[in-house]
Every structure is written in structure tokens, then in C-alpha cells.
Design a protein around this ligand. Structure first.
Ligand code: F0G
Length: 482
């Protein structure tokens, strides 16, 4: 349990850990935030960490480690080949996920590269509930085409649908009928579907998709990077799952897949990644690519110390009290913003609180990147770094035309065990101020646009002097405060 009933009657998140190691932060005055933003081409990826008060960019590789993880790192077995630490990680993956075969990769996208290199051929179709940026880039690079078959409800921002990440089974049948099972190497299910707001997939949907795929000989692929929060939601929300332990649910979910990969920057509270495979043949097909792209089979590009931390982190992933912390804080932020009339993705998902930028700044046209503009404005308002998940994160199509995203979201990620509740309250407060001043926010345009994954390093500029005006409004309302 990581919420508690207060004497006042309110239910509040309660941290089930104590903080032993801390890092000093600074909050720059708004004038310096404005200068920093300009210097970074309004792209928050290009802002140095020292200029950030609250880093809500991602939960990737920045979750707080436990005392047990740090202790395990001190005791790791260094070796290029045959490290004992690697064998412990491999055994832990077998135990926790229930697959017989494992291969290491240095992070999630590296696993995607190995999977695409091994199984995707030009002309292949890869149906999935929803794409992730790096997944689609890797699958497309190998000549595959990603087809999204999310159920329509998944894209409704504010609803009471508990499993927005579910696949629409009719769309799946239609894709198979159109392209033929022989052109579909696998169906990919992304747990905790990232780009639609960290929304979970139900166990019932996984089982139904498997039934269709098995009968046609199509493999099942899971991207488990965000499975931790997804399992928590299955236990909370899915009928018949309340009495099962997270360990049981993990094994049950995994049992429906042939290939299972994860970013250990998310799943496992450390930095690294891995791929679990059902058969020796699959392992043989892939294993020679590991030394080529990642590193020898017993480290795969990961540091030995991180492997030790992942091994302990995976056990912690099975502890409901530990994994509740993320969803509990996120739900708190989502509901507090909702109470203030601020448009957010509901119900709360995993990973972070997702603000509906399309509704926050409807005055900004899609081609002026509403979500990116909102992220820049929020940095000005609070020194808070968030992530754009909208049109800026899309790739241009084969004719070079812009693709307008289904959703324009500002993601306020909640790295686990990193923020205190007073910091979350600060983030809510500064967003409430921004909401009242939202008429001042205008769009952005590219100054330098990279060809691929442009959101990472592209540089933009505001379409007018709106950032100066927003900073001035902040200074008027907070004359003596940062
Ligand atoms: N799959 C999903 C669902 C992810 O969320 C990510 C990363 C990856 C694959 C790639 O993993 O970063 O270890 O290479 N998501 C990060 C994020 C970047 O901020 O959401 P990676």
C-alpha cells in the first residue's frame, strides 16, 4: 500500500521508503530560464541538467536505486566473458519472466535493432497496439511497415476506459486478411502504451490476440519496458486478477509471448536491456548479432555493475508496495490537475502525468507544435523539464510531408522514488499558473530539422516574442519568488 487515509478524511500518497542519498538542486530565476530556453532552441533535450529544477523528461535510467541495488553493484564480477554477474541476471530473467532463453542488449532500442535485424524483411507488416518512436524507426529501417491497431477508445483523452492500450481484434483480423499471415513476422504488444499516455493493456486482450495469432502461426512479441505499471493496473483494474500476486501475473502475461524485450532503464530500475526468447532456434537465429552490435554474449553492452543492479531491481519489480509508488504519485497529480480544470489524460496511466496540449493551447496549429510549445512554456513557468509527445515526435512521411500526431501530449514523467510530494505540488501549482496564462502561449517553428528522430536534437524558435511576454507575466505575478 502506498496511499493512506488521513485523519482529515483525504486519501494521500505515502512514500514507503526513506531517502538516504540526496542531490542538491537549484531553481534559476525566470529571466535565466528564458535565456537558457533560447540557447537550447526551445528544445528541452538541449538544456543542461544544472538549469533544471524538476526533471520530468523521462523515467528512463533515472529511477532512484534501492540500498540493495547499490550494494549489489559493489559486489559485481568483472569479466568480458563468463561473468558470474551475467549468469545471475540470466537466471533472474528465467525465474521472473519464465522464458528459457535470454540475450543481453545495452538498452531497449538496441533490443529492437536485434529483433528487427533477425526477423524483419523488406515488405513485412508489423501490427501493433501503438508504435513507440525508436521501435518504428528500427522496424522501418529494415523495410518493415508498422500498422497501428489500437482500439478506437484508446485515443479518447478523458474517459473511464481502464485498458486503453488494448488491440482492436477486428482490426487485427483485417490486417492479417489484407496482407497474409506469411508477411507478418509478429504482432507487437507494448505494455503501458507509452505514446497514448502510459495506458495499460489487459490480460484478457493479450489472450484474445494470442488465440488469433497462434492459429495462423504468427509470433507474439511484447515490449515490456513499461510492464511494471501495466501489471499494477491489471491487478487493480482487471476482473479476476485482484487475488493474484504480481509475480503470478508477470508469469501469466509472459506465457503468452514468443519474444519479450525490455528497456532496463525502466523495467529493473537501472540501465540496460534484454530479450527473452521461447525456443533454442530463435536464440540461435539472434545470438550472432549480439557480439556484432552490442558486446559479448555475457554483457551485451551493459556495465557489469548495472547488470547486478537490474538483477535486484527485477525482484523489486515484483513487490507491489514498491511498484505502487509511480502510479500513486501519477494519479495524485492527474486528479489534482483535473480538479483545477486542466485537461489531462484520464484515467491516470503509468510513466507520468500526461497533459492534453491540444486542449490546453488550442490556439496553436498542429504544424506549430502545440505540445512542444507547452513544454517550453512550462519550463519558463517552473524550471520543469517535460517531454513533447505529439507532432514534433512524428517523422515526416515518404514525400517529406508533416504528419499530425493523433494526440498532442506534454508528458510529466514521474521517475520512481525521485520526487517528494511537495515537489509534485510545486509542479501542479506552476501548471495551474500557466493554465491561467495560457492565452500568452504561441507556437514554435524549426530552425534546424534533423531527418530522423528530429525531436531529440532539432532546434526551434518561437513564432513571436511570446516567451518574453510569458516570462514578464510570471515576474509580475511572482515579484520576489523564483
Ligand atoms: N519501448 C518503450 C515502450 C519505451 O518507452 C522505450 C523508451 C523504448 C522501447 C526504448 O528503450 O530508451 O532503453 O532504448 N522510452 C524512453 C522514454 C526513452 O522516455 O519514454 P531505451
Amino acid at each position: 500500500m502506498s496511499t493512506i487515509k488521513f485523519y482529515s478524511g483525504e486519501t494521500m500518497p505515502l512514500e514507503m521508503h526513506r531517502v538516504r542519498v540526496v542531490q542538491k538542486l537549484q531553481l534559476l530565476p525566470v529571466e535565466e530560464r528564458l535565456r537558457t530556453l533560447r540557447g537550447a532552441g526551445s528544445n528541452l533535450y538541449l538544456i543542461p541538467n544544472r538549469a533544471i529544477y524538476m526533471d520530468m523528461l523521462t523515467d528512463s535510467g533515472v529511477n532512484a536505486m534501492s540500498d540493495d541495488q547499490v550494494a549489489a553493484m559493489m559486489n559485481a564480477d568483472d569479466a568480458y566473458a563468463g561473468s558470474e554477474t551475467y549468469y545471475k541476471l540470466e537466471a533472474k530473467c528465467r525465474e521472473v519472466f519464465g522464458f528459457d532463453y535470454f540475450l543481453p542488449a545495452h538498452q531497449g532500442r538496441a533490443a529492437e535493432n536485434l529483433i528487427a535485424t533477425t526477423w524483419i524483411k523488406p515488405g513485412h507488416i508489423i501490427p501493433m497496439n501503438y508504435h513507440f518512436t525508436t521501435t518504428r524507426a528500427h522496424f522501418t529501417l529494415k523495410g518493415g511497415r508498422v500498422v497501428e491497431i489500437l482500439k478506437d477508445d484508446g485515443l479518447i483523452v478523458n474517459s473511464d476506459e481502464p485498458f486503453k492500450g488494448d488491440i482492436d481484434l477486428d482490426k487485427l483480423r483485417a490486417v492479417i486478411a489484407e496482407h497474409g499471415a506469411e508477411n507478418i513476422p509478429f504482432v507487437r504488444i507494448e505494455a503501458g502504451t507509452n505514446l497514448i499516455g502510459g495506458q495499460p493493456v489487459s490480460l484478457a486482450n493479450i489472450i484474445a490476440v494470442e488465440e488469433i495469432c497462434r492459429s495462423l502461426g504468427i509470433k507474439m512479441l511484447m515490449d515490456a519496458s513499461l510492464l511494471q505499471d501495466n501489471l499494477y493496473f491489471i491487478k487493480q483494474r482487471e476482473p479476476g486478477c485482484q487475488d493474484k500476486s504480481i509475480r503470478e501475473l508477470m508469469l501469466e502475461v509472459c506465457s503468452h509471448f514468443d519474444i519479450f524485450y525490455f528497456s532496463a532503464r525502466k523495467l529493473g530500475f537501472a540501465r540496460g536491456g534484454g530479450i527473452c526468447l521461447r525456443t533454442k532456434e530463435m536464440w540461435d537465429d539472434m545470438k550472432e548479432f549480439v557480439p556484432l552490435y552490442e558486446g559479448f554474449l555475457t554483457y551485451g553492452g551493459m556495465s557489469i555493475r548495472e547488470m547486478a543492479a537490474i538483477t535486484v531491481g527485477l525482484d523489486e519489480t515484483l513487490d507491489e508496495e514498491i511498484i505502487a509508488q509511480g502510479p500513486t504519485f501519477i494519479t495524485y497529480m492527474v486528479e489534482e490537475l483535473h480538479k483545477r480544470g486542466i485537461p489531462v489524460v484520464r484515467p491516470a496511466g503509468g510513466l507520468g502525468c500526461h497533459v492534453d496540449a491540444g486542449a490546453f493551447v488550442p490556439q496553436i496549429p498542429g504544424l506549430q507544435y502545440p505540445a512542444a510549445a507547452l513544454c517550453a512554456a512550462y519550463y519558463l513557468a517552473g524550471g520543469i523539464r517535460t517531454m513533447e509527445r505529439g507532432t514534433l515526435s512524428e517523422e515526416r512521411d515518404e514525400n517529406g510531408n508533416e504528419v499530425i500526431a493523433h494526440m498532442e501530449l506534454m508528458r510529466c514523467a514521474m521517475p520512481r522514488r525521485v520526487f517528494t510530494l511537495s515537489q509534485v505540488n510545486y509542479a501542479i501549482d506552476r501548471l495551474a499558473w500557466l493554465w491561467d496564462n495560457r492565452h500568452l502561449i504561441e507556437g514554435l517553428r524549426f530552425v534546424e530539422e534533423p531527418n530522423t528522430l528530429r525531436f531529440f536534437v532539432g532546434r526551434l524558435e518561437p513564432v513571436s516574442d511570446w516567451q518574453e511576454k510569458l516570462a514578464a507575466a510570471f515576474r509580475r505575478d511572482f515579484p520576489d519568488s523564483l
